[in-house]
Design a binder for this molecule. Sequence first.
Ligand code: 1CP
Length: 334
Amino acid sequence: MKPLNKIITNKDTSFNPIWIMRQAGRYLPEFREIRKENPNFINLCLNDDLSSKITLQPLKRFNLDAAIIFSDILMLPYGLGQKVEFEKNFGPRLGKFDLNEVAKIDEIDFVEKVHRVYKAIKKVSLDPDLNNKNTIGFVGAPWTLLVYMINLQSPKKNLKKDFFKDKFLINRILLIIEKFLKVHIKNQIDNGANIIQIFDSWAGLLEEKDLPNYIYSPTLNLVNFVKSLNVPVICFPREIRNYTEFCKIVRPDAVNIDYNVNPKEIIKNINIPIQGGLDPKILLTNKNTLKKEVIKYLEIFKDHPYIFNLGHGVLPETDPGMVEYLVKTVKDYK
Ligand code: 1CP
């Protein structure tokens, strides 16, 4: 059995596997070198030789338990024909969403645009170094994708004022997102992904009254879909104020917590396996502080099925030496 399945399926508490959100990325000089030669980020994700190589880069350096495929949540709007670009020091910039154009796209068109992501997953999952490790596929949650597809750029702290103006359009887009996310998930699993993580990075932007329509209901549909394919699903509703209620309603197999969650409180209320929590900024301090914080999480989760990870993605300015020390600290913990 693969390490993450031992925790999620068997509820093993005798060890803590570790992987790191955004582990394949900008803090690694070997990634930056490839990136320099490949200014178009989407094309880089769609180059399965390079994207599979980038996926494996952190595993060559560190004793991690899982690979997460080097791709992006915005491959979904890209596959639907929406323009998606990544600008330096700005982030994603999307072209206007045209419902009439998108309505013409079928499953075959979508897969044709993004199939190289699946090819990369196949390559990664067949790598002998991954025999005893997980291959994680992922998608953005419907809400977070909706945010990018309508806002057309990162919302940072706020959505545009008229974001919710056209409810008809929003609900149509949500249905389209859900349909193609299922296609995207199924293809990732068919090509070797043995865990699916659903990133809802902007869950924290919603008021409580809007959670059922924009988060609970569409995410529950996806969670049930992944479960029907017999693959565990981890949800990360980042900065949602009530993780307990989220877990009760959406029922993922495991939940990733962000760094504002009090780990001592959460284990009192949530009985499914938990992942993550450590503030990525701790990796910018020093080894002593890092070790203290890591041990704190491991002690709190001593008797709870727990996958070590961060409370959000690793920051680009992180020293890879600190990541190495983090992994070693988790692995040496008894
Ligand atoms: O080199 C570059 O400029 C590109 C930086 C980069 C990378 C390395 C982006 C642009 N995406 C990725 C890869 C990526 N994105 C992965 C695979 C690598 C790994 O985890 O090891 C994953 C899982 C994602 C997921 C993703 N993309 C999320 C969800 C997680 C999170 O960080 O909240 C989100 C919100 C995105 C959108 C996105 N893509 C890239 C950026 C800079 C952003 C965020 C911008 C923003 O809105 O603030």
